[in-house]
Design a protein around this ligand. Structure first.
Ligand SMILES: C[S@@+](CC[C@H](N)C(=O)[O-])C[C@H]1O[C@@H](n2cnc3c(N)ncnc32)[C@H](O)[C@@H]1O
Length: 290
């Protein structure tokens, strides 16, 4: 049982690490919304041009904020239960964050124009055709460069955090309790984990904060994102990186103790999802975690 003082210290440290970043990314999300309000005031003509971004039902803001509170309470409960330490989000120095904000805001008008035109395949060009599967060569979420450029890799984490109101890392951490269960009583130095579609390596960072001696491999089809992940994870040892397709993994059968993925499957065509799951099952032991 932890003492009231250590509980208070943990809660204080947790609040100090999470509240400013939620405020930071919520603030980024507010700016485009204010611009949207201003555009609507331009008059009926401008209103008529606007189309909804989706036909699917969209939850209202109150619901989203209530879910966010639940998420952060659960995140803190996981820390207090000793499942993982008070998280270090490693967003970089203030200068780095400001640099990434600038990249984010510079890209917003382009994203807006692509969304208006429903233009999501600008990445498919003479240069890229045939180098990656065609489903991969898209401007996912209408962002510039798709998964193919260094700039896109540098912008990605700000974009995801803004999209998810500063909760992206907390969402990623909710996969750690399942790993905690699967690794219980086992020597982390003898275990190997593969994260497919690891992107810029944010989830792997939390894995290493929890199991620093675990051997990890980040697999991704983007060289630019893997390069970023490698830089982001350079404080850790026992990390490997593989450029490859999740649906045709260049790894030996039964070589992994756990396979994870965050925010990947919704981007894969249904057929590729099935093949990927089969691949993951093939390269992992029966105890692998999803
Ligand atoms: C939405 S991002 C998620 C990144 C990361 N997991 C995270 O937590 O933010 C999707 C990532 O999956 C990669 N990806 C997409 N399809 C892939 C595939 N078939 N094989 C390997 N990587 C893929 C992309 O390059 C990109 O880095």
């Amino acid at each position: 049982m932890s003492s009231p003082v250590s509980t208070a210290v943990t809660r204080f440290a947790y609040g100090l690490s999470q509240l400013p970043r939620v405020a930071w990314y919520l603030g980024h999300g507010l700016a485009p919304r204010l611009a949207e309000v201003a555009r609507r005031r331009e008059g009926p003509q401008s209103r008529a041009r606007r189309r909804p971004h989706t036909d699917a039902p969209v939850p209202d803001r109150d619901y989203i904020y209530a879910e966010m509170i639940r998420l952060f309470m659960q995140d803190l409960a996981n820390v207090e239960a000793g499942i993982y330490p008070v998280p270090a989000d490693h967003d970089g120095s203030l200068l780095t964050m400001i640099h990434r904000s600038r990249l984010f805001f510079e890209d917003l008008p382009k994203i807006h124009r692509r969304r208006e035109r429903r233009a999501y395949n600008e990445v498919l060009s003479k240069e890229t055709r045939g180098k990656r599967p065609s489903y991969y060569l898209q401007n996912f979420h209408f962002q510039s460069g798709g998964w193919m450029t260094d700039d896109s890799a540098e912008r990605y984490d700000t974009q995801v955090e803004v999209l998810l109101n500063g909760a992206a890392n907390a969402i990623r951490r909710q996969a750690l309790p399942q790993l905690h269960e699967a690794f219980a009583g086992r020597d982390q130095r003898k275990l190997q984990l593969l994260d497919i579609g690891c992107g810029t390596g944010r989830f792997l960072d939390f894995i290493k904060q929890t199991w620093p001696r675990l051997q990890t491999i980040g697999l991704d089809m983007s060289e630019a994102y893997l390069k970023h992940a490698q830089r982001h994870l350079k404080r850790w040892t026992r990390t490997g990186f593989v450029v490859g397709k999740a649906e045709a993994m260049p790894l030996p059968g039964d070589s992994q103790d756990a396979v994870t993925n965050i925010f990947l499957f919704h981007e894969l065509p249904p057929k590729v999802r099935r093949i990927t799951i089969r691949e993951c099952a093939g390269c992992s032991s029966p105890a692998a975690v999803w």
